[in-house]
Ligand binder design. Sequence first.
Ligand SMILES: [Zn+2]
Length: 680
Amino acid sequence: MTANPLLADWTTPFELPPFGDIQPSHFEEAFDLAIEKTRRENEEVANQLAPPSFENTIVALETAGKTLTKVARVFFNLTGAHTNENLQRIERDIAPKLAKLSSDMLLNPKLYERVVTLWEERETLDLSAEEARVLERYQKMFQRAGAGLDEAGKVRMAEISQKLAILGTQFSQNVLKDEADFQLVLETAEDRAGLPDFLLTAAAEAAKERGLEGKHVITLSRSSIEPFLQFSTNRRLREEAFKGWTARGENGGETDNKAIIRETLALRAEMASLLGFANFAAYKLDDTMAKTPDNVRGLLTKVWEPAVEQARAEEAKLAEMARSQGENHEIAPWDWRFYSEKVRKAEHDLDETELKPYLQLDNIIQAAFDTANRLFGLTFKELEGLSVYHPDVRVFEVSGKDGKHVGLFLGDYFARASKRSGAWMSAFRSQHRLDGEVTPIIVNVMNFSKGAPGEASLLTFDDARTLFHEFGHGLHGLLSNVTYPMISGTSVARDFVELPSQLYEHWLSVPEVLSKYAVHYKTGEPMPQDLLDKLLAASNFNKGFETVEYTSSALVDLELHLLKDPAKLDIDAFEKIELEKIGMPKAITLRHRIPHFQHVFSGDAYSAGYYSYMWSEVMDADAFEAFEEKGDVFDPETAEKLLTFIYSAGGRQDPEDAYVAFRGRAPRVEALLEKRGFPT
Ligand SMILES: [Zn+2]
């Protein structure tokens, strides 16, 4: 047998995974061996005779599982960004095995005893602040996994974790399948009516990728479907596309997610009850900044009322616009973006097609890099010729002020059928110092439409904001400066993790950034001042709609996880009733309907946690004001504090303390309402 590249030492530049040599079949062997190795390492820690010390227990656990981490990071980055049937089959097989390994460790009584002993003796251990924090995280992790339960309880917790891992994998594979299966082929001129050139170009590229050369295809990637809904004058096709988009995960048959959702919710509720919590939301929120369901609901409702009021005012304008064009129908969800674009044009003399030629992907990437340079002194150099997992992936070496290597940044920007929808940041390697200086390898994955061959890829302003957002997460990973993997980079509370990303979005709208990087892709002319002014003046346009579609999703997520007995839940009816209860405008749908709510059901990262974006937004709105108060959005002193307490700090501190250390006080919720243009 040839050597398995996943198990060998990587001698590639920067120890980048040797993507060119890796075959799907390598993962099966690598996972089996790495899981066994990790199990042995954990047991050695558990079974040693020496009394527990921070070194022989916490540091030992932090160092265990190195091979597995390496293999798993490559694997799960691929299943998200460039999957295939072989990888998906292995994913279904491996998810419960990994869950079992994790349960076996977290429910091991000897390990738990060691951690508890250390926790009780923490005052006498002479730990640094960072070590004390890592110990606290371990103690909490064991406790929350059920290590303190009786034998029967532990057995059941292990079963539940494995089953949940299987369900989460199935859920996301089903959504991906429904997304890949959907395509709206535009055959006639009537089908293409109203569509701008950039969208036709992207639709022709999408058609080519799907083997329909010469035709035009609209896909369910946001960069394809949203502009279609904005510009298509063909109302029947808009309806068809919208319904396809919102029906992901509930199409009946093999990819239908409803049974998976019921089972997931029931298992989560059972888990919470085993651990002594009233419901899963209470369990989940116990380890966040928000702490309780009531605090979450409090914030969401505070925003909900003014948002609905604003959305109703927006809807009235859309209806008036429709009437002025001789259309007497009510505004349906598939009409909103279409008329909204027209109202924006009328009110702000601004339309997407006018803006788009100035928003070239390459320039927005440069703008994100330049902002990082001005704030944190980072420089980025593109590296050619490295072996990556798809030809579209670009690699940049990141250096610090002193020229020292900081890490690698990978950018994977374009939509394709093998990629999950949405946008995200992930790591092939996280920063820490337990094995010498380990530098991070961070990736941003997007779903932008590709430009025509030889032409620039153009973004919408929303796309550009997404790029800045994910790059903000990327910096949180790249700038991480900690010793222990447990608290590296983005390993922070879920409702804190969106602070570095959402805060970074603010710099995209800074006039001096836009005027430099928003230049016409053909003429090279900078965006005219009046267009720039109009763009900034319209920044709160449609905010009622955006806030309503987001906040309703967050409320539905919360309510789902407050249910006592979700096993027989009628998901369709539940969704309708909840939306009625909160007075959801009929012309707006959830940003994520339950059957394809990946944040919540593809794994549990954002379960009872979709509110996190808004929780973090309270902080990002307030944090950006710290720069504005100084009269300089790149104020060096404020940037230095931001680096020290937020971007480089990982989970070294309690999130609330970290924020206060940066800002000198707690955030004000009014900053969020002001930012969204709502009355305070
Ligand atoms: Zn984010």
